[in-house]
Design a protein around this ligand. Structure first.
Ligand code: UT7
Length: 331
């Protein structure tokens, strides 16, 4: 039965968060032995100190399943309560079927729907926005939104300009449709704003794929060019969220950006007038985990007590495509 709309509006309320990191942690010092780089360069240019790397045979769906189980436990729900699974990933287990269906099966769910969504580093924001539209339509009741990646598998480990930047991991969020008043004080996703511009393909892409090369390929990036665009794109979609909701930077409790580079995070917060004390940064711990970075950061800030029920949280990301987006969430 679809939830009844009663009076008020349906909102997608966060019921739980969870994450999973592969056991193996690779420090910058470990990388010094592999490519011509230094801990100092990586820390100065990116803020990254370490990243986790999946074990041989450990796949994206395995990471995503563990994150989903943790999120369900946090939500005090069981797999049977979920009728929608969206997995944001650019590193699926296989070309098909979708990683989401593998996670669905691993969780023992045989009802509802599961599918993948591909927006690279913006994937989690796109998946939250998509789940929100499903839940607010009344078609589904509870969603698992997962960002899961094994970027270590698509890195060129000889290329120091990219291999030091990325890591593996997964994070998951449980969203539930609840009837609410329809104001900024509501719990749930308040507004979301997604953008893309395919003209920027060559600045960040993978040089392989089933239809072009019949190989998996390696990540290629013009880092400086991506950096140059990132801050402007991010601030644009956050201003869109402010315009749609009436929120301001001062009203935010937490700013949880995609974790690619501490300099991008700091510059975005500064441009928006967001106090550094409200910025959640985990890039030093995880590196850039693409679609997994925001749910990993949200889980850290939730578990250490920073994000509390009722807090206003802005998530945002920018990545390959280019794609970029924001979502404003009252916890
Ligand atoms: O999540 C998707 C979005 N992706 C991003 O947001 C990444 C955006 N870009 C960045 O974060 C930065 O551009 C990087 C961290 C990738 C690079 O920082 P940068 O300040 O733009 O450095 P650069 O590319 O201009 O390189 C500076 C120097 C170069 O040497 P020369 O030409 O000045 O002699 C590089 O060859 O640093 C060199 N370099 C390195 N040195 C030591 C590049 N990579 C390394 C390395 N270790 N790993």
């Amino acid at each position: 039965m679809p939830p009844s709309k009663k009076s008020g509006v349906l909102r997608s309320v966060v019921r739980g968060m969870g994450s999973y990191l592969p056991e193996r942690c690779v420090t910058n010092h470990d990388l010094e032995a592999m490519v011509e780089t230094t801990d100092d360069w990586i820390v100065q240019r990116t803020g990254i100190r370490q990243r986790h790397v999946a074990a041989e045979g450990e796949t994206t769906s395995m990471l995503g399943t563990k994150a989903a189980q943790a999120a369900l436990a946090d939500a005090q729900l069981t797999a049977a309560d979920i009728d929608l699974i969206i997995v944001a990933t650019s590193t699926p287990d296989y070309t098909f079927p979708a990683t989401a269906t593998q996670i669905q099966a691993a969780l023992g769910i045989t009802h509802g729907v599961a599918f993948d969504l591909q927006a690279v580093c913006s994937g989690f924001v796109f998946a939250v926005a998509t789940a929100d539209k499903f839940l607010r339509s009344g078609s589904h009741k509870r969603a698992l939104v997962i960002g899961a990646e094994t970027f270590s598998r698509i890195l060129d480990w000889q290329d120091r300009t990219t291999c030091v930047l990325f890591g593996d991991g997964a994070g998951a969020m449980v969203l539930e449709a609840q009837t609410n008043a329809g104001t900024l004080a509501d719990r749930g996703v308040i507004t979301s704003h997604l953008r893309s511009d395919g003209r920027h393909r060559a600045k960040l892409y993978v040089d392989g794929g089933p239809s072009s090369t019949q190989t998996v390929g390696h990540l290629r990036m013009e880092g400086k060019e991506v950096f140059r665009h990132a801050v402007g794109m991010v601030t644009d979609v956050i201003k869109d969220a402010y315009a749609a909701s009436g929120a301001t930077s001062d009203m935010l409790d937490w700013f949880v950006p995609h974790q690619a580079n501490k300099r991008i995070i700091d510059a975005s917060a500064e441009k928006l007038g967001i106090s550094p004390s409200k910025v959640v940064t985990t890039v030093h711990l995880h590196g850039n985990t693409s679609a997994a970075s925001i749910p990993l950061a949200l889980t850290v800030a939730r578990e250490d007590g920073r994000i509390k029920t009722g807090d206003l949280v802005m998530i945002e990301a920018m990545g390959g495509g280019f794609t970029w987006g924001s979502a404003l969430i009252r916890w």
